[in-house]
Design a protein around this ligand. Structure first.
Ligand code: URA
Length: 264
């Protein structure tokens, strides 16, 4: 590998190679591959470890990638930080997903949210409206948020990828690798007290693991010092609306609320 790489970039590229990324789209997007794609984890299968873990550039790398956002974060101005990240994202063509999108779905909510929810990627409704979780899964997520005594406007909601994958397929590793730094920067800007990762891809991306959601949900993990509670995706819950699954999600959400309240 080239010796003149920026500090930290080598590790990141090596990490990408480890998780199976063989190509990165830099600048213009590439053609979509013909490889078969998995069903969206958390939707079809609760435990879909076949989606690889996503890269986790370090905080310093995020600072290099988003210097203005990092400055705003240092000054505890999350709204400005988010605006800088949105500006940097621009009319993104970094990966092939831009080809089929109507709107970029950046994220919504309170820049000073104490709880953040992270999903997988926009579906048709979100693509049409430019806002995450506005379809059926969104109704379920709203119910989940209300169940723990919060309002949608109080939390922040974002996704791992900001453009809708075709046919609602799971985002591919290189798409996640390209888009996740924007999510990570959003998290750094907001610095929530707690993150709820909705479904396998979100949890795997934040935690850098390949473990399926069934195994990792219900236990505390961390993303750069911020507690992360993985739970089932609301769309999965809609499909598998069993008392057992409802109880598990309820336990996870209650734990997230209690953890948030511990840190006023
Ligand atoms: N599913 C997600 O993961 N995110 C959305 O925004 C909508 C559905």
């Amino acid at each position: 590998m080239n010796e003149t790489l920026a500090p930290g970039l080598r590790e990141w590229l090596e990490y990408l190679r480890e998780i199976g990324v063989r190509e990165l789209a830099v600048g213009a997007a590439r053609e979509a591959p013909q490889a078969p794609v998995g069903a969206r984890a958390g939707l079809a299968q609760e435990d879909a470890p076949e989606e690889p873990a996503a890269p986790r550039p370090s905080r310093a790398q995020c600072g290099e990638l988003f210097p203005l956002a990092a400055e705003a974060t240092a000054e505890r101005d999350p709204a400005r930080g988010l605006a800088e990240i949105r500006e940097e994202l621009g009319e993104c063509t970094r990966c092939r997903l831009h080809q089929g999108r109507t709107h970029i779905v950046f994220g919504v909510g309170n820049p000073r949210a104490r709880m953040m929810f992270v999903g997988e990627g926009p579906g048709a409704d979100e693509d049409a409206q430019g806002e995450p979780f506005v379809g059926r899964a969104g109704q379920k997520l709203n119910e989940m948020i209300r169940a723990i005594g919060l309002r949608r406007e109080e939390v922040y909601i974002a996704n791992v990828v900001k453009c809708r994958p075709p046919e609602n397929r799971a985002p591919l590793p290189d798409e996640i690798a390209t888009c996740a730094p924007f999510l990570f920067a959003q998290i750094e800007a907001i610095r929530p007290k707690v993150i709820v990762a909705l479904g396998g891809p979100a949890a795997q991306t934040l935690l850098g693991t390949r473990e399926g959601i069934t195994r990792i949900r219900g236990r505390w993990h961390a993303f750069r010092g911020i507690p992360v509670m993985p739970t089932f995706h609301p769309a999965y819950l809609l499909r598998q609306y069993t008392p057992e699954n409802r109880r598990k999600v309820w336990e996870d959400l209650k734990a997230a609320r209690a953890r948030m309240d511990q840190d006023p």
